[in-house]
Design a protein around this ligand. Structure first.
Ligand SMILES: [Zn+2]
Length: 158
C-alpha cells in the first residue's frame, strides 16, 4: 500500500469526466488499497480517483461506518434536503455550505465487479454525492451558497 499525492483544484484532471472501470484486476485492487490509505492519512471522509490523478470512476468513502468502495457508481434515487458545511481534500482552505439530498440509493460495483446497491443518509449521502460529482469533473465550490472561515481542518473533507 502507498499513500498517493492528492492534487489540488488547479489540476485539469479535476475538471474532466472520468472513464468507467472495465478491468477488475490486481491493479485496481492496489489502487483501491492506496486510495483508502490516502484517505485515512489525510483524515478525510471521501476520496475520488481523479484527486490522485487517476481518470477513472472510482471513489472510497468512510464516514465512520466502515470503508465503502464505489466503482462506476450511479445515484439511482435521492430524496430530502440537507444544508451543511462541506470541504474537499483538493481545496484545502475552502469551506462552505452546500445543499445536498439527505438520502440516496447508489448502485455501484465492488472490487470484483459485482453490482450492489447501498442506501446512504446524512453525511454518508453528502459524501457520496460529493465524490460522484468529482467523477463528473465537478467541484463542490460551484455548489456553495455561502463560504465560511474555518480555523482548523474538520473531519468532513471529501
Ligand atoms: Zn472533494
Amino acid at each position: 500500500m502507498a499513500v498517493r499525492k492528492i492534487v489540488t483544484k488547479e489540476s485539469s484532471i479535476l475538471h474532466v469526466v472520468c472513464r468507467p472501470v472495465e478491468h477488475f484486476d490486481a491493479k485496481l485492487h492496489q489502487l483501491l488499497d492506496d486510495m483508502a490509505e490516502t484517505l485515512y492519512k489525510a483524515n478525510g471522509v471521501g476520496l475520488a480517483a481523479p484527486q490522485i490523478g487517476i481518470r477513472r470512476r472510482i471513489a472510497v468513502i468512510d464516514v465512520g461506518e466502515g470503508l465503502i468502495e464505489l466503482i462506476n457508481p450511479v445515484i439511482l434515487k435521492s430524496s430530502g434536503k440537507q444544508r451543511d458545511v462541506e470541504g474537499c481534500l483538493s481545496c484545502p482552505d475552502e469551506w462552505g455550505y452546500v445543499v445536498r439530498p439527505n438520502k440516496c440509493t447508489v448502485r455501484a460495483q465492488n472490487r470484483d465487479g459485482e453490482f450492489y446497491e447501498i442506501s446512504l443518509e446524512g453525511l454518508g449521502c453528502r459524501c457520496a454525492c460529493h465524490e460522484i460529482d468529482h467523477l463528473d469533473g465537478k467541484l463542490f465550490l460551484e455548489l456553495v451558497d455561502e463560504f465560511v472561515e474555518m480555523k482548523e481542518e474538520e473531519d468532513t473533507q471529501n
